[in-house]
Design a binder for this molecule. Structure first.
Ligand SMILES: CC(C)(COP(=O)(O)OP(=O)(O)OC[C@H]1O[C@@H](n2cnc3c(N)ncnc32)[C@H](O)[C@@H]1OP(=O)(O)O)[C@@H](O)C(=O)NCCC(=O)NCCS
Length: 219
């Protein structure tokens, strides 16, 4: 049970998650931390999807991640970036990014990360890659849906987003299979994206927002 018993989970600061109404507007003076639902940013145990499991990555995964990124077929989707072990350990310790390993049949097959920026409370950004041999079997959408569902539920997020290169057809289709929808048009490359991109979004179901609103109102 990740809500109350996870000792390694980080509760969000009260200011990180403003309470939202069903239409997405903020509840004046409200914070979901003041409601009954305790918010966690990371699950206390692996998340189990239909075909994959998503678990937190730790320093023991540094070598594996370094070797994955050394593969040009992975780096090509990560702005060409490769990392030394020292750099990877620093990446795994970032306070604004939660790293996860995707597993299938208990074997690591990919990487997923959730990132957060203070100016967008209640919003999590995702990035993902599968190792080349794991692609094309539905594992990516399954892992993305599994983490996004947790983030929008126990994780206290109201919106999960991903920046996708519209030329990466499998990625666009994969995120769509996970429930994400394109918001707006194609945006120009910027300091975060080396290529044009579209924003794909999955939001908290309206019924969840209504429930949180009622809980906050009762306080
Ligand atoms: C993008 C990625 C995470 C998708 O995960 P996946 O498990 O491979 O996705 P799927 O097998 O479910 O394929 C998703 C959909 O893309 C489409 N697709 C599959 N292979 C494709 C291909 N070679 N070209 C175009 N579209 C393709 C299909 O519509 C498929 O859905 P369907 O099988 O139900 O018809 C994975 O392919 C990957 O890691 N790619 C490299 C890294 C990357 O692009 N990351 C995303 C950055 S935003």
């Amino acid at each position: 049970m990740d809500l109350l018993t996870a000792v390694d989970a980080e509760p969000l600061a009260a200011t990180d998650v403003p309470a939202v109404r069903g239409d997405g507007t903020a509840l004046p003076g409200g914070s979901l931390m003041r409601g009954r639902v305790l918010r966690m940013r990371v699950p206390g145990q692996p998340l189990v999807g239909k075909a994959t499991a998503v678990r937190q990555a730790g320093i023991e995964d540094a070598d594996l991640l370094v070797s994955w990124h050394a593969d040009p077929e992975v780096a090509a989707f990560w702005d060409g970036e490769t990392y030394t072990e020292e750099q990877m350990l620093e990446r795994l310790a970032r306070s604004d990014v939660d790293p996860y390993i995707i597993e299938h049949d208990d074997q690591p097959i990919g990487y997923l990360q959730a990132w957060f920026v203070p100016r967008e409370p209640g919003v999590a950004g995702l990035d993902m890659f599968l190792t080349p041999s794991a692609r094309g079997q539905g594992f990516g959408p399954d892992a993305a849906r599994t983490l996004a569902t947790w983030l929008l539920g126990s994780g206290g997020m109201r919106r999960v987003t991903v920046d996708v290169d519209p030329a990466n057809e499998r990625a666009v289709q994969g995120w769509a299979k996970a429930g994400f929808r394109v918001e707006g048009g194609v945006r120009a490359a910027d300091e975060h994206n080396t290529h044009p991109w579209v924003l794909m979004v999955l939001e908290q179901p309206r019924v969840m927002s209504e429930r949180h609103l009622m809980e906050a109102d009762r306080e």
